[in-house]
Design a protein around this ligand. Sequence first.
Ligand code: DGL
Length: 272
Amino acid sequence: MTVPRILIFDSGMGGLTVATCVRAQLPNAELIYAADNAGFPYGAWKEEALVARIVHVMGALIERAKPDVVVIACNTASTLALAALREKYAVPFVGTVPAIKPAAAQTKSNIIGVLATPGTVSREYTHTLIHTYAFHCKVILHGAKRLAEIAEQKLKGHAPDLNELRDEIAPVFRKRDGKQTDVVVLACTHYPLVIDEMKLVAPWEVNYLDPAPAIARRVSDVVADLKLAGPQSGVSEPDTVLLTSARGSASESLAAYGAMGFRRHEFVDLPV
Ligand code: DGL
């Protein structure tokens, strides 16, 4: 079978949490990681402008990478732009949306925290998930303004300020009628990067839901359905990262991507 080429997309480095699971699930696949670092962070963008940005950037990335499958490893993008992407491009897309359904199945206290970007918190898509699957629960949706940036900085070698981190996550820890939050959905792919620090500053223990393993299984199913024919290429390409800008701390990011196995990089210049 031909080696599948999988394009994994995020605004920044958060999608690496998904890429790690995809690599474990499909060790022979060729992975191309793309970060719209020129547009990062997506959390504060206005919806209309962000859909246009994502559709535009994805066009250039598909043209460059010619993937068999695209993974939108970003809740902020998936909850907004998946339909527009599927309408415009023929390649199959796998999205990442808040794991509210599994959280509702798992909670014992019926108090669920959802940590996400301000964008994901405001999406109709997210509210529909809550009304459909968690109508019997108290869902505390919190738009963390700085958490994705803190996670990004950690990968670039800057240790998180634990007091700031505590303030970012505190609102999802709630007590009511003798019960308390027992499940927290990590509804931004950046957040598992700071899970150890979150556990350090959290007021009590909860289950954190990271959807990355489930996304990787879904990618594997989609790849199997493609039934890619042809000879297996003997040498697989080293995994590559595509960045939409060379600005700022590109060298720190490149070191971080390299440490995660993406040893080649290219700039696809797409200024905002
Ligand atoms: N990693 C992205 C997500 O899953 C968002 C980070 C950002 O650009 O704000 O939502």
